[in-house]
Design a protein around this ligand. Structure first.
Ligand code: IMP
Ligand code: MG
Length: 415
């Protein structure tokens, strides 16, 4: 019955994966992904420090006793899905996928690479073009791919070849693009051929994973089960954000939980927002709290700030409480979990950003409620956002997390 939503309140990579993993170990029976696709990279280190990364699969698959669901707001590349399921050895008893998920086709991968990867710094996973086709009502849904693979393949081919023709015609119009376009068309063909080669075996393999009852979540809700809704990306990357067009094509929000899963707003019990104690961003666009001095390098090196999906270096900045506050209000956040403060202990003159102003605070020596600067930072977050329930992580590994700190009123003039 009880439900918790976990959302990122920055630009993704807040550490949602490990927060979700902790809730999987200690609380959740069911884990649901509700938006985005293989653009996500949720990293978990177990107790021994072994690293796991999930992209389209919910983090609950790392624990074989949990049930996972990929809800209809997610976009799915059946080949990548097949590979990820194989790699993590996930059984259909432990995971089902909504038949209404739009699929990502070779034409989407080609368009993303040709048009958006350079311009917007996308992950190149076909996310934007797949959502575009969904809203244009031109998607092949997951159930179509599973139930009618041949018919789906004809459509996949038609859409892909139409796009290749369009590219070739562009070449006829603009001869200066001659070689580039030829190479591009060639590369697209190669990628298409290898994708098509794996298609039939992938959809055959995925058959038992198809959700047969679209309103299953309501049945689960009325059973004695704890349901965890796992957000991907973060509010700053929402398609509805003022950061548009430097955003992804889905909405990492409570609104999307409702759209995607069929739970209603009365069925959401707690919304947990995850924030890093500093900020990072990959892809195009700067941000107000970006750091341009050596502190950015320290955060990037110590925090291993390289994309889990693309390996790209992330831009680093100070914690921006303006954006956090906005996300708190819009999503009704009642609980904040602060991650990676251990990384901030390497910074001599840390800052945060609020009301468009940078504030200094004292060096954090250790991530502990005995450290005045650390407690001061938590208190600033509490005061500015109005969220009293604060949790924090103390290190990267499973279990290194302190839930629901009771924060005493903190009055240090340094903060
Ligand atoms: P797309 O989602 O691949 O279309 O990429 C759009 C923007 O969102 C790019 O700036 C990506 O770097 C960013 N993005 C997408 N998914 C993630 C994520 O999981 N973490 C961080 N950034 C992401
Ligand atoms: Mg990530």
């Amino acid at each position: 019955m009880p439900t918790k939503v976990v959302l990122g309140l920055q630009h993704g990579d807040e550490g949602k994966g490990r927060v979700v993993d902790d809730l999987v170990q200690t609380w959740a029976d069911v884990v649901v992904r509700f938006q985005g696709g293989g653009n996500a990279g949720h990293t978990v280190y177990d107790e021994k420090g072994h690293k796991f990364v999930t992209h389209i699969l919910p983090v609950g698959v790392l624990n074989e006793n949990k049930f996972n669901l990929i809800a209809k707001g997610c976009v799915i590349n059946v080949i990548d899905l097949y590979n990820e399921i194989k790699e993590l050895n996930v059984k259909p008893e432990n995971m089902l996928i909504s038949g209404l998920c739009p699929t990502i086709e070779p034409v989407h991968l080609a368009k993303d690479k040709v048009k958006y990867q350079g311009r917007l710094g996308t992950t190149g996973r076909g996310i934007g073009p797949a959502y575009s086709d969904f809203y244009a009502r031109d998607s092949i849904l997951f159930k179509d791919a599973i139930n009618n693979p041949q018919k789906s393949m004809s459509k996949i081919q038609e859409k892909f070849f139409d796009y290749q023709t369009y590219l070739a015609e562009t070449y006829l119009i603009d001869l200066s693009k001659d070689e580039d376009i030829h190479d591009l068309i060639d590369q697209n063909f190669k990628a298409f051929n290898s994708w098509v080669e794996d298609y039939y075996s992938a959809v055959e393999f995925l058959k038992p994973y198809l959700l047969q009852k679209e309103d299953l979540i309501q049945d689960l809700y009325y059973q004695d089960l704890n349901i965890l809704l796992e957000g991907a990306q973060g509010s700053g990357l929402s398609i509805y954000s003022t950061n548009y067009p430097d955003v992804t094509s889905s909405s990492p929000s409570v609104g999307e939980v409702l759209n995607s899963t069929g739970l209603n707003h009365n069925q959401i019990d707690e919304v947990i927002g995850v924030i890093k104690s500093y900020k990072t961003k990959v892809g195009s666009g700067t941000f107000p709290s970006q750091i341009f001095d050596n502190n950015a390098n320290i955060l990037a090196d110590v925090g291993k700030e390289y994309g889990a999906t693309t390996g790209r270096p992330r831009k680093c900045g100070w914690l921006d409480l303006d954006e956090v506050k906005e996300a708190v209000i819009q999503n009704g956040i009642t609980h904040i979990c602060v991650t990676k403060t251990d990384v901030m202990t390497h910074i001599d003159n840390p800052k945060y950003y609020s009301n468009k102003v940078f504030y200094d605070f004292a060096k954090i020596e250790s991530v502990s409620i005995d450290d005045l600067s650390f407690v001061g930072l938590l208190d600033v977050i509490r005061k500015i956002t109005g969220v009293n329930n604060i949790s924090f992580t103390t290190g990267p590994k499973r279990g290194e997390i302190v839930w629901n700190t009771e924060l005493k009123e903190y009055n240090d003039t340094k903060i």
